[in-house]
Ligand binder design. Structure first.
Ligand SMILES: Nc1nc2c(ncn2[C@@H]2O[C@H](COP(=O)(O)OP(=O)(O)O)[C@@H](O)[C@H]2O)c(=O)[nH]1
Ligand SMILES: [Mg+2]
Length: 299
């Protein structure tokens, strides 16, 4: 036994918070790659996304989670449940908030729920690049009064401000233990899921109003081919015929654009050339129907 060797630490860290506060940007920063899709719109992330970060003396298993909101339909209920399940399993919770407003009623409800888990909660006030330093003090004290946070840290996931500090605090509260995964293991998802998320991200970026929220993507076929490009056939599901028309666009222009941009990014991320075929199908009210959600992989 070497007396000066620090014990290895390992554990699960759930990155949680309201929609659009920068949770996915944060996991991508920590992992130093684009693991979780990010768009300017809220409710982009629908499933938990794993990122395993292994260093000499620790292994952190991050989970990026869907934003917590008051659910209005079945898909949102699934998303909120996914977030709370990840929180419950965590050794440390990284709760992200924005610096623009003091905590609202829903935040208080979330803190009340967090208090039952008896897990250290680090509050990261994100997007501090967008506010004056002076305006942070009252926000921090308003949060401080609502919940017994283990630490409160102002950060900017976008600019990378205070992320090293954040990481050292996470490690401080991580339990001692052996690594769960091999050191080069990064995530549990496969190329199929990656492709579907990239397509969904482009739909969130390119279409407005209800369209992204009425959409889900299913990979019907993913064939790796020794000679030539991989073949991916993806279905974009919408809820109504009118939405199908919007996704496709005049003379198929809109969907073509989604296809080109998504294909380029899939190729970049998997490091192989692909042929991407996109189809649009209507599945009525899929977000409000449990059995349809199951069929579409939200279970
Ligand atoms: N200015 C600024 N924008 C940020 C920061 N972190 C995230 N964003 C932006 O906020 C939006 C939502 O980010 P995202 O990571 O998808 O949030 P999530 O819904 O919590 O996962 C995106 O447009 C991000 O670029 C930050 O520190 N500063
Ligand atoms: Mg997200």
């Amino acid at each position: 036994m070497q007396p000066d060797k620090k014990p290895f630490k390992s554990g699960y860290v759930a990155i949680a918070g309201r929609p659009n506060v920068g949770k996915s940007t944060m996991i991508n920063d920590f992992m130093d790659c684009k693991l979780s899709i990010v768009t300017p719109k809220p409710q982009t992330t629908r499933k938990k996304i794993m990122g395993v970060l292994t260093r000499e003396d620790y292994q952190i298993v991050f989970y990026d989670t869907p934003g917590i909101m008051n659910p209005e339909y079945e898909l949102q209920e699934y998303m909120v449940k996914t977030a709370y399940d990840a929180i419950e399993d965590a050794d440390v919770i990284l709760f992200l908030a924005e610096p623009f407003k003091p905590p609202a009623t829903l935040d208080k409800k979330i803190f009340e729920r967090l208090s039952h888990f008896h897990i250290p909660v680090i509050l990261a006030i994100n997007k501090v690049d967008l506010v004056e330093k002076d305006s942070l003090i009252p926000i921090i004290s308003a949060y401080d009064q609502q919940f017994k946070f283990t630490e409160i840290v102002p950060v900017s996931a976008l600019k990378g401000t205070n992320l090293d500090l954040m990481l050292s605090l996470i490690v401080k509260y991580l339990p001692e233990g052996e690594p769960f995964y091999p050191e080069d293991y990064m995530t549990d998802y496969n190329e199929r899921f990656l492709a579907s998320e990239i397509i969904r991200e482009k739909v969130f970026e390119f279409y407005g109003e209800e369209i992204p929220y009425s959409t889900t993507v299913e990979i019907e076929e993913f064939k790796e081919r020794e000679a030539g490009k991989d073949f991916i056939k993806a279905i974009i599901y919408v809820e109504r015929d009118s939405q199908k028309g919007i996704i496709i666009g005049e003379n198929g222009k809109a969907i073509k654009r989604v296809g080109v941009i998504a294909r380029e990014e899939i190729e970049k991320q998997i490091g192989r050339k692909v042929f991407l075929e996109l189809r649009v199908k209507v599945m009525e009210k899929w977000r409000k129907d449990k059995s349809k959600l199951h069929k579409l992989g939200y279970k």
